[in-house]
Write a protein that binds this ligand. Sequence first.
Ligand code: SF4
Length: 310
Amino acid sequence: MRIRNVFGPVPSRRLGRSLGVDLVPTKACSYDCIYCQLGRTTFKTVERREYVPMTDILMEVEERLAAGVSADYITLSGSGEPTLHSDCGDILRTIKTLTDIPVAVLTNSSLLGDPQVRDELMAADLVIPSLDAGDAAMFSLVNRPHPAVDFTVMVDGLAAFSHAFPGRLWLEIFLLDGLTAAEEEARKIAFHAARVRADKVQINTVSRPPTEEWAKAPTRQRLTELASLFGPRAEVVCGFTGTMEEHEFLAGRSRVLDLLQGGPKTLDDLAHLSGVNRNETLKHLEVLLNDGLVHSKVRQDIRYFFCENL
Ligand code: SF4
């Protein structure tokens, strides 16, 4: 079954009803974060190219808009890093001509050292870049970047972008127990974050099954303590996001549950068999895991979801 490039709207704690636009549908990413909810990066790259035809993406967006979709944001994201798409800027600018719905971009910041990428993102209404480490060693450990991504170039690019960008910028910082949630490490991140012109600093952590089982969430209290290092713009945003009980969205969840009744499946299995985009499938799994209807386990580096204990 064909996986759509445009999915949702899905409920997002930060963005409300978010219509997702998947620019990189295979797990093409410049990072391989230990906490990634999408599983291991299968294609670690910094090469910018047309991973999905721009015309296909725009046609799907137009179809959804013509059908009267209602959303708080159109969000460029992906099963990987969206700025890897070489037409990211053109896609963004074209969507802006089609609708008044604000457009957000989620990025891991890896390519912000490139002035061309910074320029392409200028048309967005909201950019949510991430910064998960305070030095190159922790960056290697947590984000496992492509060798071409230099920590200092990335952080300098992020700071430069934030000062040139006219829209809203929410800096996301993902803290992990025993790693970046140690005060010394969080202080190092805060030092770099202070160089970024951010409207909000959003402190986040693991809330869905991570790629590595040892990537753990600190307590909410610990996150709240650490948030104070990031100044008055900081807020803790982690936690279960609740549900959007709409017919179409619930139908997708039923499909995922039905498939799992037939035996354990990976995220990719579920997305392919249901025809539901991986990011949307993850939203359903989050609800089902929280409700105790589904469980997950890693076997030989692959995460499986299932209805009863394996
Ligand atoms: S969390 Fe984001 S940046 Fe990290 S590997 Fe996953 S998709 Fe890439």
